[in-house]
Design a protein around this ligand. Structure first.
Ligand SMILES: [Zn+2]
Length: 294
């Protein structure tokens, strides 16, 4: 095992799908017949260990004209002091912990001779259609979350943090999970007793959930007739950097913290539709968002 010295530079926030890179480390799992490869930079979006909303990219890594399918892509943290690697949900520290670096792990289901490969160049290529479909749904669900904030704005009786459109940030306060696929995003929200204490009219919300659903759909259908660029910033840099989704709506810059990938303009979307469903008459509901591009 050779350990890399720096966190992986990520290129996917710019939308990049292909790039040459240098192999800087990795390890072989002979029991499971697989190799984990670290590169100096990557176009592969790994699944996030803390907020696994957008799944890993699919694609391949080519070494010495041998193309290896990347079976999985995730985050590995390396502690420079104890020289141990921690994978995914086993990572015990945050991204800014001194003495740690964070790496994008490309897992291939072959045994690669790393003693030869490390230091050599390779070529990374992501499946563009799969990426585009994930980006489409991810952009759709960001709009859905902002539209949901707008649709329930009158149900707040106390002043809480607002989003950049000026509505109370219901989404950020109550979302508990988000699962994006190429078909849809399933977002789960919990309105527990503390929601009432925070000034949100929970029973009014559930009594009128169908009306709120149609308001959300109405708001998004108006937004997607507009033109407004969308991007992730910074577009390139260490995996550990904090990133933001930005939507320029006229003169307004609307931002949401985000580590995923997105479309380039709101007018790329042809339709976005949302369904809200309460789970078993309890405090939770799901929002299912589907999106299509023109
Ligand atoms: Zn996001």
């Amino acid at each position: 095992m050779v350990h890399p010295k720096e966190s992986t530079i990520v290129l996917y926030p710019s939308g990049a799908c292909e790039s040459p890179a240098t192999i800087v480390g990795g390890y072989v799992d002979r029991i499971e017949n697989k190799t984990i490869i670290f590169t100096d930079k990557t176009v592969f979006h790994p699944v996030d260990h803390k907020w696994p909303d957008q799944p890993a990219d699919e694609g391949s890594i080519t070494l010495d004209s041998n193309e290896h399918v990347v079976k999985d892509c995730y985050i590995v943290a390396y502690n420079k002091e104890d020289q141990l690697l921690y994978v995914g949900s086993n990572i015990p520290v945050g991204r800014f912990e001194p003495g740690w670096i964070f790496l994008v792990a490309h897992e291939v289901s072959t045994v690669v001779d790393l003693s030869i490969a490390i230091g050599n160049s390779c070529y990374l290529a992501v499946n563009e259609v799969y990426r585009q479909n994930l980006s489409k749904v991810h952009t759709g669900v960001h709009l859905a979350s902002l539209a949901l904030n707008a649709a329930v704005n009158d149900l707040w009786k106390k002043d809480v943090l607002r989003d950049d459109l000026g509505h109370y940030d219901f989404d950020q306060r109550f979302i508990i999970s988000s699962k994006i696929s190429v078909q849809e995003s399933v977002d789960t929200y919990r309105l527990s007793k503390s929601a009432k204490r925070k000034g949100f009219l929970v029973s009014d919300f559930f009594e009128n959930i169908a009306g709120i659903e149609s308001s959300v759909n109405q708001i998004i259908s108006e937004w997607i007739t507009e033109t407004g660029s969308i991007f992730i910033t910074p577009t390139e840099g260490p995996l550990t950097q904090k990133r933001q989704w930005v939507w320029y709506r006229n003169d307004l810059q609307v931002t949401i913290p985000c580590g995923g990938t997105h479309l380039e303009n709101i007018n790329n979307l042809n339709a976005v539709s949302v369904i809200l469903s309460r789970i078993n008459d309890g405090p939770e509901f799901i929002m299912i968002t589907k999106a299509s591009i023109s």
